[in-house]
Write a protein that binds this ligand. Sequence first.
Ligand code: ADP
Ligand code: MG
Length: 283
Amino acid sequence: MSEAVRVEGLTKDYGRLRALSGISFSIREGELFALLGPNGAGKTTTIRILTGLTRATAGRVHFFGRSIFEDPLYAKRMAGLVPQATNLDLELTVWENLFIHGLLFGMSRGRIRDRAAELLRFAGLWERRRDRVRTLSGGMRRRLLIIRALMHEPRILFLDEPTVGLDPHIRRRLWGLIKQIQARGTTILLTTHYIEEAEFLADRVAFLDRGRIVALDTPQSLMATLGEAAVDVVSEKGLTTRYFRTREEAEREAMRLSRSGESVTIRRVNLEDAFLHFTGRKV
Ligand SMILES: Nc1ncnc2c1ncn2[C@@H]1O[C@H](COP(=O)(O)OP(=O)(O)O)[C@@H](O)[C@H]1O
Ligand SMILES: [Mg+2]
């Protein structure tokens, strides 16, 4: 498998604020890679640099071995962007929004028609193609935003918090769509502050905290650094959590604690525990 994205020592200063402090990572072709971190961690800044919307202060980025700073037009062709804030034209129809994007990317009218039809069917929006975007639900708008980014057949898709603010069942539907896009061969870089989203979708996750990557691995390996099971203990002092290599060890400890009157629950270690462990902070 070839390397789709390589980021080395990426740094971004906004005046005196260092938003990114020399982050490095690479993404394999076909992989879904997540940047997980709280608000202000530097997720959007990373995506904006990788999609040519803002300049890096230092560092290098390559797509399939080619420098995107030296060849920004190549980078634009390779990348599809779903920005954090929806920037669809609400007064235009679904079809028109896709059509204009195609024209901006220099696609022929015939190719735009074929591609738009295929993507609208793929995202379950074909029946709505003649409707103004204003009349679509939040989930539909988000689906449209995603397929619009795919119009010019980018090999790398950048999704900046694609499900933020959506209801859980609509979020699940979008997760399905994102998985399908990956299955068709697109490399995906996704940012999120939803732990379950990264855990469910990502092949590998980087924990981003205040402009630094503090851990990077598969969700399974990140969780395994803590163990298999967690015991939550609620007391007057609040909630404390202890981690155990095996479920049996956790059960023994839970038994002991509940005999001495503590309120305990055993559960599986999740990615939130790992994030807390590596950053000392909640997402
Ligand atoms: N255009 C800008 N000018 C000044 N500071 C910015 C700008 N964009 C982002 N920042 C700051 O950079 C840091 C990272 O922001 P951002 O990349 O948007 O984080 P995230 O997407 O993870 O929430 C934050 O402290 C934010 O306030
Ligand atoms: Mg952001």
